[in-house]
Design a protein around this ligand. Structure first.
Ligand SMILES: Nc1nc2c(c(=O)[nH]1)N[C@H]1C(S)=C(S)[C@@H](COP(=O)(O)OP(=O)(O)OC[C@H]3O[C@@H](n4cnc5c(N)ncnc54)[C@H](O)[C@@H]3O)O[C@H]1N2
Ligand code: MOO
Length: 432
């Protein structure tokens, strides 16, 4: 480690624009290996992305099915009175053949018997004869109906061989539903990448610490980021805390690089005399892709890549370390802007960035000398076309309170002609 008096007095990393940083991340995402797996169709696959298109193996519906409770009839037999000759309820099939002047009582989902051409709703009939007071013998149609009424034809919804879930689709309730409807037992999906979270800093103590000595800080970044990536459905390893010691950080990173695709660290990336992360990454043979980004919060946000051999991999794989600033708001915002899109891309998602909408400012906001991602709470008002954005308090990067209740990141430019962006102006917001 360099002695304080000999350290660089200017950062050796020029601050690149957000656009450049995003392009570099895109490039990394393209180069990193995607993993695949074949999994059983059950609830645990929610959120995974399908890698091989799934086609139906049968027609839906498989046979002619009634869409109403009523009577299967021959529509054009010219007879309004029909003899009730049997029953076809959902789950039990009438296997005779219908003749003119006959009908079969049928329920929604019941198989329409052979010979029948339509189903008349019970509401459109009168019972004209009954046995023992309760068994229907004959019904009368109030009106004639046409052929095909209230019948789902075989394959009318999905034909055998049709695509039911396309490659690239994220499995949600609808996809899980249709896979079950067709009895698909296994699907080939993108394997979710593994991300490890590590907090660095001599000052860190366990979040459960009751009396925190002066100068020490409870580690909130660790649990916060573990929770963030879990919230978005990724496989997260909690790598715990490590002091600012160069060797200890190196050992911890080396250990976790073997089992993770991505590591997110917090702390130790700025100009402090204990800010070792960039040097450790270089020592591990990784290439720093960028070391500062012209953004607030998150100026010293650092990303490095390197080919690392997994214990069981023959070929070394490209791994990425996102070394994020220790300030809680910086770590959280940079995780949203850089880590989540990368994780999504590796998981096979088509849309990797947060949705952007326009929102109306509830107050004046002072612009800074860097483009800024301001945390905001959104309110929907009946008489307003756009959601109203309320800033979540003091936006200093150390203010963890600014993250609570944040539903969006307002994308604000740096100050040019005006120091302020005014109340009621429309600005872009990333929905979280
Ligand atoms: N001379 C300069 N100083 C600083 C610069 C600069 O350009 N020149 N940049 C500032 C900016 S911007 C940021 S952001 C911070 C980032 O610093 P580091 O990444 O090196 O972070 P640390 O110094 O380790 O920590 C900053 C702050 O955050 C607290 N922290 C750290 N880890 C955690 C954690 N796991 N849980 C909760 N809080 C944490 C830490 O105690 C510090 O208060 O640097 C500026 N300085
Ligand atoms: O870039 Mo830092 O996150 O402003 O304090």
């Amino acid at each position: 480690m360099t002695a304080p008096a000999l350290r660089d007095r200017e950062s050796t990393y020029s601050a690149i624009s957000m656009k450049e940083a995003e392009e570099i991340m895109q490039n990394i995402a393209t180069k990193m290996t995607k993993h695949f797996e074949t999994v059983d169709v059950n609830l645990s696959i929610l959120g995974k992305v399908v890698a091989t298109t799934v086609k139906s193996t049968e027609n839906m519906p498989p046979a002619r099915v009634s869409t109403k409770d009523g009577y299967a009839i021959i529509a054009n037999d010219g007879k309004r009175n029909k003899l009730v000759i049997g029953v076809s309820l959902a789950g039990s099939v009438y296997d005779g053949v219908l003749q003119p002047g006959q009908c079969v009582r049928i329920s929604t989902g019941g198989i329409v018997p052979e010979g029948s051409t339509a189903v008349v709703m019970v509401e459109h009939t009168i019972c004209t004869k009954r046995t023992d007071g309760d068994e229907e013998d004959e019904i009368q149609l109030k009106d004639y109906i046409s052929d095909g009424t209230n019948i789902r034809e075989p394959g009318s919804e999905v034909r055998q061989g049709d695509v039911i879930v396309r490659s690239g689709a994220k499995i949600g309730s609808a996809e899980l539903g249709i896979l079950n409807a067709f009895g698909i037992k296994k699907v080939h999906v993108f394997k979710k990448p593994t991300v490890t979270i590590i907090s660095t800093g001599n000052e860190l103590v366990a979040p459960t610490t009751e009396y925190v000595p002066l100068g020490m800080v409870r580690d909130s970044n660790g649990p916060q980021l573990v929770a963030l990536f879990k919230e978005y459905g990724f496989d997260v390893i909690d790598g715990g805390r490590v002091s600012d010691d160069f060797e200890l950080i190196r050992e911890k990173l080396e250990h976790h690089l073997k089992t993770s695709d991505i590591i997110v660290t917090t702390g130790g990336v700025s100009m402090g005399e204990k800010d070792n992360l960039k040097e450790v990454l270089k020592k591990l043979g990784m290439e720093i892709q960028f070391g500062r980004v012209m953004m607030k919060p998150g100026l010293p946000c650092t990303v490095a890549t390197g080919r690392i051999k997994n214990a069981d991999d023959v070929e070394p794989l490209l791994k990425t370390v996102l070394a994020l600033p220790g300030n809680p708001a910086s770590a959280w915002v940079c995780s949203h802007l850089f880590a989540l899109p990368l994780l999504r891309k590796l998981s096979g998602y088509q849309r990797i960035h947060h949705t952007q909408i326009k929102v109306r400012l509830a107050e004046n906001i002072k612009l800074g000398d860097r483009p800024e991602y301001v945390r905001a709470h959104l309110e929907d008002l009946d008489n307003e076309d756009f959601p109203i954005a309320h800033v979540t308090g003091n936006q200093i990067s150390s203010n963890i309170g600014s993250l609570v209740g944040a539903m969006a990141l307002l994308v604000l430019p740096k100050k040019e002609n005006s120091d302020f962006i005014r109340k009621n102006e429309l600005v872009k917001a990333m929905i979280l």
